[in-house]
Design a binder for this molecule. Structure first.
Ligand code: DCT
Ligand code: MG
Length: 340
């Protein structure tokens, strides 16, 4: 839980090795080679901590989490400035297509691999030969839009539009932009709206947002398409869609996350991220015999013989972000320092 702002440390003597290993890790991640991905992630984390350049296989082998094959690759990178295994993947047309298909909104490994196995290699193949859902078509047609980062001033413009529309219906509703924007990023991939209302039931909040605000934002041609929504949970809801700013043709992804006011602390931690920070703070909670999720920090998780969870545990805190840090025994970390 060290402070981290996510800026790459170019002064790290192993920066080039780490850069190449990351590309190799991304390849294994795409091809679903789970254990190799984990091995590379651990090796990269270990190398980042070194203050001296690791040049030989022997030196690499002395580092925890680095096995013989990976150590050989580190030596290869240092001596040749390249990695043959990585270059081979770049010539693999199926891998290139897989990388492309994984960029389509909502498309995961199983769908992308299915298309590859059916012989598709380009977006045009998909549009002309594959059977697509409406969302997949939208994802393909707007693949460049969704990949376009949203500058911070535009994120704020989205914020004003949504805030005005909501406050016209109910000024007591509170709106926070979470995700990368809350972490202070200069641009964002999407806009994550966290929406809550003190002293109101989720049913009330849902009715206002889903039945009134969203239809009105469609009418004003701000919202363009609904991608996904889940309203089944009695304790929260999400709505994912696309929106355009006035005068712009670029479709951006926006999410509305409806959160009970009593759970705002835990929800803020989760929806602020980043994803790696979330993973590490959850791991910390579980090491301390607690459990953190987007609804709260829990304790007394009773486990059975196979470590399966037998009870939910008792709620320790959910309303206050700072109290959750306190209960975990770590200093409060401002959102800007949650970039891992
Ligand atoms: N999140 C997470 N694990 C994931 C995905 C998301 O914990 N696998 C959490 C952390 C961030 C938050 O949800 C919003 O997710 P994104 O919008 O995907 O990420 P972001 O950090 O806002 O980055 P971006 O600028 O790309 O939107
Ligand atoms: Mg985001």
């Amino acid at each position: 839980m060290e402070k981290h702002t996510g800026t790459e440390d170019e002064s790290n003597p192993n920066a080039r090795t780490i850069e190449v290993l990351k590309q190799m890790m991304d390849y294994y991640d795409r091809t679903n080679e789970h254990w190799k991905t984990i091995a590379y992630r651990k090796a990269i984390a270990a190398l980042k901590k070194r203050t001296r350049k690791i040049t030989t296989k022997e030196e690499a082998l002395a580092i925890p989490f680095i096995g013989s094959r990976l150590a050989g690759k580190i030596e290869e990178i240092v001596f040749t400035n390249r990695l043959r295994r990585l270059e081979n993947t770049n010539f693999d047309s199926a891998d290139i297509a897989l990388q492309l298909f994984l960029k389509i909104y909502g498309v995961g490994h199983s769908q992308a691999s299915l298309w590859i196995n059916q012989g598709h290699r380009t977006l045009n193949d998909l549009l002309t030969k594959a059977t697509l859902t409406t969302n997949q078509k939208i994802g393909i047609e707007h693949i460049d839009d969704f990949a376009t980062r949203i500058p911070r001033d535009e994120v704020e413009h989205h914020g004003r539009i949504v805030r005005n529309a909501i406050h016209k219906e109910d000024p007591a509703i509170e709106i926070t932009i979470g995700g990368s924007c809350r972490r202070g990023a200069p641009d964002s991939g999407d806009v994550d709206f966290i929406i809550t209302k003190p002293d109101a039931s989720m049913e009330t909040l849902r009715t206002i947002i889903l039945d009134t605000v969203i239809p009105s934002l469609f009418q004003h041609h701000y919202l363009r398409h609904a991608l996904a929504s889940s309203t089944a949970r009695s304790d929260g809801s999400k709505w994912h869609g696309c929106a355009t700013l006035p005068g712009s043709k670029i479709w951006h992804r926006i999410d509305f996350l409806l959160v009970p006011h009593a759970e705002m602390g835990a929800a803020l931690i989760y929806f602020t991220g980043n994803d790696i920070f979330n993973r590490s703070i959850r791991l910390l909670a579980s090491r301390k015999g607690m459990r953190l999720n987007q609804r709260g920090l829990w304790t007394d998780v009773l486990r059975g013989g196979k470590r399966e969870r037998m009870t939910q545990g008792a709620l320790l805190e959910s309303r206050d972000e700072r109290k959750i840090f306190g209960l975990l025994g770590v200093p409060w970390r401002p959102p800007e320092h949650r970039v891992c």
